[in-house]
Design a protein around this ligand. Structure first.
Ligand SMILES: [Zn+2]
Length: 218
């Protein structure tokens, strides 16, 4: 038994939900400003960005993620991994309402993400962040510590960490990519994730990930 954790934005899908959502309401400049603010910890940015989406309709958040194409051969790759006995899931710093739609489409076994709060179908501006870095002394300080959740789901499915894989595209994925037995940088967007692992996929095709995982299987 093995377990593979995928990042969503920029990895499973060829784009980023918060930008797709922000562009629809002309908020993309504000989202970019918050993300570029070096004084803010990552989880503080997540909180501030969520306030921008107060009033957003749940269905619009889902249709924003559905407007972003899946990575090439994404469905095929996940189906193949599942056939080979992998537990496959999403660990994302996006929102459960959107990541859940992607997880369902791909038949994922698990999902961890930030929970955007809704009241009567509209976002309240509040977000519940699973974090987890405090519990394992991870230095990432992200709204979703991906290493914490990789370990959590490995334990849940009774998979040793030596049989895990993690796939991501930015520095937000580093802690899980380093922790997993097989950490893959898929279409890396920054140098930090690229230098965090020796396994880099620079072609936008998820089948390369399946081949890498098959080649390195014990
Ligand atoms: Zn972490």
């Amino acid at each position: 038994m093995a377990l593979a954790a995928f990042d969503m934005d920029g990895t499973l899908i060829d784009g980023r939900l918060v930008f797709a959502l922000a562009e629809r309401s002309g908020l993309d400049g504000k989202v970019r400003d918050i993300q570029a603010d070096l004084r803010l910890a990552s989880h503080e940015k997540t909180k501030m960005i969520a306030t921008l989406f107060a009033g957003a309709v749940r269905g619009d958040v889902v249709s924003a993620v559905e407007s972003i194409p899946l990575a090439k051969n994404c469905e095929k790759a996940v189906a193949l991994l599942k056939e080979q006995g992998w537990k496959v899931g999403i660990i994302s710093d996006s929102y459960t309402v959107a990541a859940g739609a992607v997880a369902e489409k791909l038949g994922m076994d698990f999902l961890a993400a930030n929970e955007l709060e809704f009241d009567n179908g509209r976002a309240t501006g509040r977000v519940r962040m699973p974090m987890g870095w405090q519990e394992i002394a991870c230095t990432c300080r992200l709204s979703v510590c991906k290493r914490f959740h990789l370990e959590k789901y490995a334990k849940k499915f009774d998979v040793p960490v030596s049989q895990t894989a993690a796939i991501g595209d930015t520095r937000a994925d580093i802690c899980m990519v380093r922790r997993a037995a097989k950490g893959i940088a898929f279409m890396p967007k920054d140098d930090d994730i690229k230098s965090a692992t020796g396994m880099v996929v620079s072609e936008p095709d998820m089948m390369h990930v399946v081949r890498l995982l098959a080649a390195h299987r014990d």
